[in-house]
Write a protein that binds this ligand. Structure first.
Ligand SMILES: C[S@@+](CC[C@H](N)C(=O)[O-])C[C@H]1O[C@@H](n2cnc3c(N)ncnc32)[C@H](O)[C@@H]1O
Length: 280
């Protein structure tokens, strides 16, 4: 059952939060000359046209990149993120929104490489077209959890994995945690970032509890919500669980998320938080 299409949601508040955090994870990897590896287990299409029928159906980008794009003065830490959006648009007009593969591709140096796995046949085709001829990008029509097994640890021994499932399956959380535990066993020094939706508090807390009990160390979690936790049937916010976060990511997020919340919270609802689930 692969009914989820990211094009309906591209550029919404959850995408903005996820991609902003992604840029904060990539930036420190550029501090050393040694090449790094990026794996995106649930890559989707890579680029979205905000003028398409899909994007315009619910106009979710109006809760995210739409208003943010108009902000004149933004903190320094947002610069990389804005640059990734600007890079696929012309001038100041916002027409396209980058998916996570495009966001990270923006930063790859000639020796770095990325692997993208995507299971949906249409999405993987669009992704292939997006990166056609790009020798630093390898696309796999493969289950994301299998990709973790097949592609880790990378030869580079440094890098980042984004796990961003659609959460369509009943047992997604169990599969996710089993796969992360196994991947961590193979590559305990990799950075792993897991995105999760917040539709109700209990389900989000259940995932956090599973990570706390996982035996994995050095786990930071951050959440960003534009509505109260339990607004029925809505995506009230989202979170990122980061294993082996870069130094001072907690501080950066504590500085940045209040600003983001000021920009995107709907009628001053929602909240943000940064929490160590497991210390180093
Ligand atoms: C939330 S979207 C990913 C968005 C993307 N990471 C981004 O930020 O631009 C989830 C994607 O996972 C795909 N998918 C669903 N189950 C999958 C699986 N088992 N393995 C790989 N991809 C899967 C869906 O088709 C969808 O395109």
């Amino acid at each position: 059952m692969l009914s989820y299409r990211h094009g309906f949601h591209a550029g919404n508040h959850a995408d903005v939060f996820k991609h902003l955090v992604l840029t904060l994870l990539v930036r420190p990897l550029l501090n050393k000359e040694k090449p790094f590896f990026y794996l995106d287990t649930h890559a989707a299409a890579g680029r979205y046209d905000l003028g398409s029928a899909m994007a315009r159906k619910n106009r979710e980008y109006e809760t995210g990149i739409g208003p943010l794009w108009k902000v004149k003065a933004a903190p320094e830490a947002v610069r990389d993120y804005f640059e990734t959006v600007r890079a696929i648009n012309s001038g100041d007009k916002l027409r396209f929104y980058p998916g996570s593969p495009r966001v990270v591709r923006h930063f790859l140096r000639p020796g770095d490489r990325m692997a993208l796995s995507e299971l949906h046949p249409n999405e993987v085709k669009v992704l292939g077209d997006e990166f056609a001829g790009d020798k630093q990008v390898k696309i796999h029509h493969l289950d994301g959890y299998q990709a973790l097994k097949a592609l880790l640890p990378p030869a580079e021994r440094r890098g980042l994995v984004l796990i961003d499932p659609a959460f369509e399956l009943r047992d997604e959380r169990r599969r996710l945690l089993d796969a992360v535990k196994e991947a961590y066993r193979r590559w305990a020094t990799g950075i792993f970032a897991v995105w999760y939706p917040i539709q109700d508090r209990a389900t989000a807390d259940d995932l956090l509890r599973r990570f706390k009990k996982s035996g994995i160390r050095n786990i930071l979690a951050a959440e960003f919500k534009v509505l109260p936790d339990d607004e029925p049937l809505r995506l009230n916010g989202s979170g990122m669980i980061v294993i082996n976060p870069p130094w001072r990511l907690d501080q950066q997020l504590n500085d940045l998320l209040p600003w983001l919340w000021e920009q995107l919270a709907i009628e001053k609802q929602g909240a943000w938080r940064v929490e160590w689930l497991v210390p180093e």
